[in-house]
Design a protein around this ligand. Structure first.
Ligand code: LLP
Length: 436
């Protein structure tokens, strides 16, 4: 019995529905592998983050970390839901521009933004540049001078707090490639540089401690640390931060054993910690910004696959192979990430066997799940992998020259393709023949 699927998600035929659409019909109509988002769920997540700030009467921004899933349609949904977005590349920024996303609600992150990227941000009047290093401060200063422009900035600092998560997705520890170091005085030096530049309007400070975090302690710790820095900056440099941005990283449930906190609990703890610290330090209450990515799109996403071949060896766990794999979801291979998968035509069918759910890529490590309980399956059956909406499609590749899947948005019983499936022709359209 899968604990993640509720009775409301089954239709009269007993099939899994996504956004009110029958998953088997989606697979037949759009083909597999297919990425499907339940758009109402995306909206609900954004709204539940926003609601807590509003109930507490705190100035805020919920800035969707679009690296989790970036597509024109996604920026359009974020725009309608009054979210901000953060982008980390010219590509994400370009996609937001194409979606007519309001540029004043965009924050630009990254630890090595190029001159071209900064120029693009300035030309398009991006809301905030999240400054990450000294090279970038100089580069931006030059771009602003040449363009005779001004822009809002925030400083990303490394708070010296490590989150209890996979080491590749930890970012807050002192030994990190991101942000200005505190202990060595780099953050103070960066602040002085920015304050001395009339073209940069210093808005506040930012930190991000990692991803897929389940405990409140890390967020309370980073909130406290950022307020301490803000108080030090006021005392030392007569500068008061208007915004404290605690980043993203709110954990979600991938498997039934995961018990994440609700958005309300995370935000409530952050607000309380910042209120307490600012009043202790005699600072006025800043605006609080958060940057959730995974928690907004992860639980709303499903990957649909069709079962193909199978390998049984006596004494070994069988391999059941689907028509996708590490090209559309590299997370199991890269992070040993776990997911749950159900038979789309009967998600609550009793489990008959435990299998390795294998991908079709030419690599032994291309296993989507090492131990998946499933009913009996046969070639042609549709499987739905749950909670795949974050960092699945956005990290997809064309490994083995497999086309990337289509992405469908489903809401209120209607489904629309929002990213087309790549064709074989798409795979070669950048290739040029070699004249020998
Ligand atoms: N803000 C900043 C500055 C970040 O670097 C990130 C994620 C976020 C916000 C959003 O974090 P989230 O709420 O999504 O946890 N590819 C990895 C995750 C890398 C996260 C990178 N930064 C994965 O598949 O787990």
């Amino acid at each position: 019995m899968n604990q993640q699927i509720t009775a409301q998600q089954l239709n009269a035929a007993g099939h899994l529905t996504i956004g009110g659409c029958d998953s088997i019909e989606l697979a037949h109509e759009f083909g597999t592998p297919l990425v499907v988002y339940d758009v109402s769920q995306i909206r609900r997540q954004i709204r539940s983050f926003r609601k807590v700030f509003e109930e507490n009467n705190v100035d805020y921004a919920v800035s969707y970390a679009s690296k989790a899933f970036a597509a024109i349609a996604m920026y359009q949904v974020a725009a309608v839901e009054d979210a901000h977005v953060d982008v980390v590349s010219a590509g994400e920024l370009y996609t937001a521009i194409k979606a007519n996303f309001p540029m004043d609600r965009v924050s630009f992150h990254g630890n090595n933004k190029s001159r071209e990227e900064l120029e693009m941000a300035v030309d398009h009047h991006v809301g905030t540049i999240m400054l990450d290093n000294f090279h970038e401060i100089d580069l931006l200063a030059d771009v602003l001078e040449v363009k005779d422009a001004t822009i809002d900035v925030m400083l990303r600092i490394t708070p010296g707090i490590s989150a209890h998560t996979n080491k590749y997705i930890q970012t807050g520890q002192v030994d990190s490639k991101f942000g200005f170091d505190l202990q060595s005085g780099q953050a103070d030096e960066a602040l002085q540089k920015v304050l001395a530049n009339p073209r940069m309007k210093m808005r506040g400070l930012h930190a991000h401690i990692g991803s897929q975090i389940f405990e409140l302690a890390g967020f309370e710790g980073v909130a406290k640390k950022l307020v301490e820095v803000a108080a030090h900056w006021r005392d030392q440099f007569n500068y008061e931060a208007e915004v404290i941005n605690v980043g993203g990283g709110f954990g979600i449930r991938y498997v039934s054993a995961d018990h994440p906190l609700q958005p309300e609990e995370f935000v409530d703890a952050i607000i309380k910690a910042i209120k307490k610290e600012t009043s202790a330090k005699g600072l006025s209450m800043p605006a609080i910004w958060i940057e959730p990515g995974r928690s907004i799109v992860g639980p709303a996403g499903y990957n649909l696959y069709t079962v193909g071949s199978r390998k049984d060896v006596p004494g070994l766990k069988p391999y059941v192979t689907v028509d996708g794999g590490m090209g559309d979801n590299i997370r199991p291979a890269l992070y040993q990430a776990e997911y749950e998968t159900v038979l789309a035509s009967d998600p609550q069918a009793p489990i008959k066997e435990h299998v390795r759910l294998a991908g079709k890529y030419c690599e032994s490590g291309d296993i989507l799940a090492q131990d998946q309980g499933l009913p009996e399956t046969k070639p042609g059956d549709v499987l739905a992998m749950l909670d795949t909406g974050a960092y699945g499609y956005s990290m997809a590749s064309n490994y083995n020259r497999n086309p990337r899947p289509a992405v469908v948005f489903a809401e209120n019983g209607k489904a629309q393709v929002v990213v087309e499936r790549e064709s074989l022709e798409d795979l070669v359209h950048l290739d040029r023949s070699y004249k020998q």
